[in-house]
Design a protein around this ligand. Structure first.
Ligand code: ZN
Length: 386
């Protein structure tokens, strides 16, 4: 497994390899953190691998506090509570440990410890990010324990505004963690359905980035290789959770998907954000259900890039239909439900779903600009399997 051990310098410093998380105390020192606030979710906080890592830091002289008051869709109150914990414990940096929720919350906490304004003042609208006091952002080390969101290499956090039931994107370029550790050992304990849903999120990032209508060949190149890694490793990681090579490659695919989506996301994420804020369902699962319906709706605009992708993936049929068939087959193999009805949603709030998806910032990256009514229709298609 030493074959994977590597240090990468883009998009940020990345320490890659089996058991690299054991380097955490040294990496804290490297970025000048003496007293980290260790931010994770309540489930992970209970796990032996988490306490082992914290003890490892403490044995090497770091003063660590654990903060795990985070919802599965983290909200503004979680961030405020984290900032209070950071200040009360006089911490000087953040360790972001977990899946997307913990990483997003931790990055937002690291941002907010140095600001005087309210969290929503930094929503990614116009040039709001210029309001940030960049010097105040605490140094952050991100250690993902799922392979999907890629939040460890992102410069934003998705935080739920509970009052208005929408997910808001909080953005600043310096929210990109200073160092990322990709250690497949941390993901071997994930149950198959979480591995599947998070892996499909990574795929949806790369796929929407590839289909976004903007000029960014670098992101396109990263996207197609990420999709190849998903194709060759996700079924294996789901079927055989302790397969370190598959787990390693999925962590990398996840970071690559999130690197690629600076090119844009699209209708999958516009709808998944709307539905996630309204129903508290797993973000990756929502994208996984939506994927074929959004592909079909976008078909006229994406046949060329999808054919190039199908060719690169060496699918038996190198065109849109070949790729679509592969997506359907992959979802079946991973036991992803085919419709939203299968996961308990109904059509009562369909118009509101369409309205919120239309307003979501991700909608701007979709190759076709859908109307509110078209988003409602797309949701209904995914609800009923049309
Ligand atoms: Zn996503």
């Amino acid at each position: 497994m030493d074959a994977f051990t590597a240090n990468w310098n883009y998009p940020t410093q990345m320490k890659v390899g089996v058991e690299r998380s054991k380097d955490l105390p040294d990496i804290c020192r490297m970025v000048g953190i003496q007293a980290p606030l260790f931010v994770t979710d309540p489930g992970l906080a209970e796990l032996p691998m988490t306490s082992a890592l914290i003890q490892r830091c403490e044995r090497q002289g770091h003063r660590v506090s654990l903060f795990s008051n985070i919802k599965s869709n983290p909200n503004g109150e979680n961030v405020i509570a984290g900032v209070q914990a950071f200040r009360a414990g006089r911490h000087d940096g953040v360790i972001a440990f977990g899946g997307g929720s913990a990483l997003d919350a931790a990055k937002a906490i690291a941002l907010m410890v140095g600001q005087d304004r309210a969290l929503w003042d930094f929503e990614d609208v116009g040039d709001n990010w210029l309001r940030v006091n960049a010097q105040g952002i605490a140094p952050t080390i991100a250690v993902p324990t799922t392979a999907g969101t890629g939040s460890e290499v992102g410069r934003a956090s998705v935080i739920t505004d509970e009052k208005s039931q929408v997910k808001r994107i909080i953005f600043h370029p310096d929210m990109l963690p200073n160092v990322v550790i990709l250690d497949p050992n941390l993901t071997v304990g994930l149950p198959p359905h979480i591995t599947a849903a998070t892996g499909m999120d990574a795929l949806s990032h790369a796929l929407e980035a590839l289909c976004a209508p903007f000029y960014h060949p670098m992101a396109e190149g990263i996207a197609i290789e990420a999709i190849r890694l998903v194709k060759e490793n996700l079924p294996l990681a789901v079927a055989q959770g302790d397969h370190l090579e598959a787990r390693m490659n999925m962590l990398v695919a996840s970071s690559m998907g999130a690197t690629a989506f600076q090119r844009g996301l699209g209708a999958m994420h516009a709808l998944a954000h709307a539905l996630g804020a309204m129903y508290d369902k797993h973000h990756g699962l929502l994208n996984a259900v939506l994927m074929p319906y959004v592909l079909k709706a976008n078909r006229v605009a994406i046949e060329k890039p999808i054919a190039r992708l199908a060719n690169y993936l060496q699918l038996s049929s190198s065109d849109f239909d070949g790729f679509y068939a592969w997506v359907i087959e992959l979802r079946q193999q991973l036991e992803i439900p085919h419709t939203f009805a299968d996961i308990g949603l109904d059509d009562q709030l369909a118009n509101l779903v369409g309205q919120k998806a239309y307003q979501d910032p991700s909608a701007g990256g979709n190759p076709i600009q859908f109307s509110e009514a078209e988003y409602t229709k797309l949701f209904l298609n995914a609800l009923h399997g049309a």
